[in-house]
Design a protein around this ligand. Sequence first.
Ligand code: NAG
Ligand code: NAG
Ligand code: NAG
Ligand code: NAG
Ligand code: NAG
Ligand code: NAG
Ligand code: NAG
Length: 429
Amino acid sequence: MKFETNNTQVTLIQKKSQLFIKIAVCLILLGFTYRFYFPTPVIVVRDDDRKSRSSMQPETADETLPDHFPGNNTGIYEGSTECDIFTGEWVRDLTGPWYTNRTCSGIQQHQNCMMNGRPDTDYIYWRWSPFECKLPAFDPKMFLHFMRNKSMAFIGDSISRNQVQSLFCILSQVEEPVEVYHDEEYRSKRWVFESNNFTLSVIWSPFLTKAKIFEDNDGHSSGAVQLHLDELDPVWVDEFSNFNYIMIGGGKWFLKAAIYYENNTIIGCHNCNKANISEVSFYHAYRKAIRTVLNFIKKSDHELFAFLRTTTPDHFENGEWNTGGYCNRTVPFKNGEINMGDIDMLMRDIELEEYENAKEGMYGPVLRLFDTTRLSLLRPDGHPGPYRVFHPFDGNDGNVKVQNDCLHWCLPGPIDSWNDLIMNLLLRG
Ligand SMILES: *[C@@H]1O[C@H](CO)[C@@H](O)[C@H](O)[C@H]1NC(C)=O
Ligand SMILES: *[C@@H]1O[C@H](CO)[C@@H](O)[C@H](O)[C@H]1NC(C)=O
Ligand SMILES: *[C@@H]1O[C@H](CO)[C@@H](O)[C@H](O)[C@H]1NC(C)=O
Ligand SMILES: *[C@@H]1O[C@H](CO)[C@@H](O)[C@H](O)[C@H]1NC(C)=O
Ligand SMILES: *[C@@H]1O[C@H](CO)[C@@H](O)[C@H](O)[C@H]1NC(C)=O
Ligand SMILES: *[C@@H]1O[C@H](CO)[C@@H](O)[C@H](O)[C@H]1NC(C)=O
Ligand SMILES: *[C@@H]1O[C@H](CO)[C@@H](O)[C@H](O)[C@H]1NC(C)=O
């Protein structure tokens, strides 16, 4: 199975409490400006959309900010620290995205829906709004300030890359970063935002644990993955001590045919068609891998704030990625309009259980759940669909079968809201 389609894919040292009140007032005012609602908006993507947006940002003079993430539940988010920010709804937001295909150079072609000619633009005019509290919009200047001398890494599969590109695009509106590293296949990258000495990385490690993958860049597999469930992928572990913040996530790659190893011994396989190896459920493999990752983080002895991202749902309808499935909806679902698929539900259950187990007796590092599965499920309209390639219907009558991508997210798109969630969790501490 191939899910990559064809893409190579916040101790608040509190100063004066007045300062916090100022910031809080700014954020609340900012929050109100996002509460506009128009039933049938006239939607035009203009670059001034984001100019007007940035002019609304509070001036983030250095002295008025707490020293660094994470916060300690005081000040800025007073009253909302118990708020479940992952339960809510998508609301109309005519402010528009922070960036467009013209203002961000870091959008992967397969997710550059604007450039690729996606005709409708409604999907960029929504923002995530929790039921229990206000979720202030991400503030790139404030974020960069908090991240002085810090390093943050997104570790995982192509969804992690999708997410880092969203953050990159927003941050690059206030400062163009310098790329300081990429691997041979441009799958892992590192940038530095020099004015704040903030390092941002994305690390390609689709299984998180050690894996031998026999697949080319187009996703053609020439053999089952050899997956070690009790050994971590050195590609991120070797650099782990350099990171202050990590966003880690797994998911769909675990559905692939694989031979599972523990203690360097084959314990079974999934869909490997080898008579002498017994079938082991990929759920077992996923649980074991997530546990290996979380146990490692739990035992780490450097200052670390880690997010565990939950699995991401796809929205293929009337088929799968390779059997003509598509996703042509243009509005979000409302709560209750769609149920989570069995696989996503089981994978998320494993993530939640392993997260709770890991949190038990965890004293050094901070671990937070980044539970975006359900809010993502409500956005069938946010995927590239056929617009994963440049003008897919040019030169044909529109009936030609083109491969759809109903897993990754258009940039700009729904995944931009994930940054609001990160900011909130970092400020809460
Ligand atoms: C959080 O900030 C408050 C207000 O300054 C302070 O009294 C408290 O000790 C801090 N808590 C931690 C855990 O740092
Ligand atoms: C951005 O997308 C618009 C269509 O939405 C297109 O006209 C324009 O050429 C694109 N620009 C770039 C640099 O991709
Ligand atoms: C960042 O690091 C530099 C060099 O180590 C140091 O001089 C500076 O004070 C640090 N800044 C902050 C905000 O920690
Ligand atoms: C940048 O931050 C790193 C820690 O992340 C520190 O080691 C380095 O000295 C800093 N560099 C500058 C120029 O401040
Ligand atoms: C792993 O294998 C070695 C020998 O190959 C054995 O001594 C050890 O007990 C095994 N450990 C586990 C956890 O099975
Ligand atoms: C399965 O059989 C193949 C040859 O048919 C052999 O090379 C391999 O070592 C066997 N694997 C196990 C786990 O017994
Ligand atoms: C989506 O595509 C299907 C099949 O081509 C079509 O029947 C349906 O009307 C389309 N829906 C939208 C919202 O375009």
